[in-house]
Design a protein around this ligand. Structure first.
Ligand SMILES: Nc1ncnc2c1ncn2[C@@H]1O[C@H](COP(=O)(O)OP(=O)(O)OP(=O)(O)O)[C@@H](O)[C@H]1O
Ligand SMILES: [Mg+2]
Length: 379
């Protein structure tokens, strides 16, 4: 049990002990509820010194309860006096206050936005306290975006299937006719043209196949994500023998996940190749694995997922492209087909996972979240 979690017992003790028939087990139950909440809950005294934090609070602030308790809220939120004025107002007025979009600076360069409600708990064992419930806003934005993406994704696949069918049928006839013509041509010098038709028809068929993504059913088995990353690493280092530095920062305790190894290699390779291309083969890529706790992907809440980051120090995603890079045929490269990320997203979502991206000049990070076990979809 976290020390701060224990302090919740103390916090509840006066109120429960005043209720006839209330015993310790009731306090324990109350404490367990707070421990299990996904909402970060903190209490502060009148001077805005933190007096307790539940585990979700520890996760939000990325500090253990030991490091939160007795510290000034100003300090842990990295804020100025003015931004905490609503909290003082709640204490002075005795009325709850709700505010949206408060920015917390957790460490230099790491900020998060939260919505919060501050409720004064008057005369708590003679001491006034403030109950703070904080919810990350960007988490909601991500979920909303994810729903939009998955709707768009399904629509995109339906359109592509129809289009692919319409293109591939006449293409087969075209290629067959060119082959016949090639054989029958009396003048061999014209064969150059039939070869071009056949070559271009083949190129178009491959493009359409790639647009459709991997259409073979998933073959799932236990997969070690580090073996997948090492394989990708070898491939890109063979393609770029000089100039490219790949750093590995793995969590060795990660268990295997249930997935299709070949397809995961394909998805991660597409993302790593993009990084290499953005840096012109000359720069540093970091491959990082971690466990992320309590994550909702689509409709499913996971206790733990694997997070794999692919981070490069290249120029960043061009401004006008950021919102569209996962759509097919969107490319910022003269030689690009704009399919790599759309395919990667397809594969990861068929594994029940999610890809996020954060990019600025000098630092682009693609984060892949994969559940350890899931029902893979072949849709
Ligand atoms: N790490 C990155 N840094 C900068 N830009 C990136 C990065 N990853 C992707 N992009 C941008 O996103 C675009 C889309 O990538 P995607 O892999 O879908 O297509 P592509 O690389 O252009 O073509 P293809 O992968 O089909 O050969 C890229 O053209 C590039 O402009
Ligand atoms: Mg690509």
């Amino acid at each position: 049990m976290f020390p701060a979690a224990r302090s919740w017992c103390n916090m509840f003790a006066p109120s429960f002990s005043s209720v006839p028939g209330c015993d310790v087990s009731r306090n324990e139950r109350a404490q367990r509820i707070l421990d299990c909440l996904h909402t970060a809950v903190l209490t502060c005294n009148r001077d805005l010194l933190v007096t307790s934090a539940n585990p979700a609070g520890e996760m939000l602030f990325r500090l253990s309860a030991n490091h939160l308790v007795d510290r000034s809220l100003l300090e842990v939120c990295g804020n100025d006096e003015e931004s905490l004025a609503p909290l003082r107002k709640a204490i002075d007025s005795g009325h709850p206050v709700t505010a949206h979009g408060m920015r917390l600076t957790l460490s230099p360069g790491t900020t998060i936005d939260v919505d919060y409600t501050a409720t004064p708990l008057i005369s708590w064992g003679g001491e006034e306290r403030l109950l703070l419930e904080l919810v990350r806003v960007d988490q909601f934005l991500r979920l909303a975006r994810e729903e939009t993406l998955s709707d768009t994704h399904a629509a995109k696949r339906a359109v592509l299937r129809g289009l692919a069918h319409e293109i591939k049928n006449p293409l087969g006839g075209l290629r067959g006719a060119a082959q016949l013509l090639d054989r029958e041509l009396p003048d061999r010098s014209y064969r150059e043209y039939t070869r071009i038709i056949i070559h271009e028809a083949d190129r178009l068929r491959k493009l359409v196949d790639r647009m459709m993504g991997p259409f073979r059913p998933m073959r799932t088995a236990p997969v070690n994500i580090h073996q997948v990353l090492e394989h990708v690493c070898k491939l890109v280092q063979a393609e770029n023998p000089v100039g490219l530095i790949v750093r590995q920062d793995y969590d060795p305790s990660l268990p295997e996940l249930e997935g299709d190894r070949e397809q995961l290699v394909q998805a991660i390779l597409n993302i790593v190749r993009n990084a290499v291309e953005a840096m012109d083969g000359d720069g540093q890529i970091c491959l990082r694995t971690r466990v992320k706790r309590f994550m909702k992907i689509g409709d499913t809440s996971h206790r733990r997922v694997i997070r794999t980051d692919i981070e490069d120090d290249g120029p960043g995603i061009p401004n006008g492209l950021r919102e569209q890079i996962f759509f097919p045929m969107v490319t910022g490269r003269a030689q690009g087909t704009g399919l790599g990320l759309s395919i990667a997203q397809d594969i990861i979502s068929r594994h029940g996972g999610l890809i996020e991206v954060a990019s600025e000049p000098g630092r682009t990070r693609f984060s892949i979240y994969l559940p350890f076990t899931n029902k893979v979809t072949n849709a």
